[in-house]
Write a protein that binds this ligand. Structure first.
Ligand SMILES: [Ca+2]
Ligand SMILES: [Ca+2]
Ligand SMILES: [Ca+2]
Length: 143
């Protein structure tokens, strides 16, 4: 039973589903010492417990925000990864110059877009996902 303040209820439940979908629960599963029955259910209760960092069975606004921010961050990485895969036209797991040039952020920036080499940390002439994240971070940073 979740009977805390306004945040709980259906919102939390849909969040739980969202989080369960995003986070591969490998770590949590390894940590949990095999609770007899359903081993792979990441339920609302578990999410709640994870977010309730001071374990008072109540989500403070701060705890909620921290948890929510995490979800947002996960979502963002998830979306960026989808975008990365979509832009990887030849499906080799990296973006080369021609694919880089097609990125929306690059096209929008036009002539002022930094060359791909700026973000190619390992000088492979391609951007892997990690380098791509660096690129996105740099490009969306508001001046
Ligand atoms: Ca709490
Ligand atoms: Ca590619
Ligand atoms: Ca690279």
């Amino acid at each position: 039973m979740i009977r805390s303040n306004s945040f709980a209820g259906p919102v939390l439940l849909s969040l739980a589903i969202l989080v369960a979908a995003i986070c591969v629960p490998a770590q949590t599963r390894a940590a949990a010492p095999a609770t007899s029955a359903a081993p792979q259910q990441v339920g609302a209760a578990e999410i709640f417990a994870r977010w309730d960092t001071d374990h008072n069975k109540n989500l403070s606004q701060q705890e909620f925000k921290a948890g929510w921010d995490q979800v947002q961050a996960n979502m963002l990485v998830y979306k960026l990864h989808e975008n990365f895969l979509a832009m990887d036209a030849n499906k080799d797991g990296a973006l080369e110059a021609s694919e880089y040039a097609n990125l929306e952020l690059v096209r929008k920036a036009g002539a002022s877009a930094p060359p791909m080499s700026t973000f190619d940390a390992d000088k492979s002439q391609t951007l892997d996902f990690k380098e791509y994240l660096g690129f996105v971070k740099a490009m969306v940073k508001k001046p």
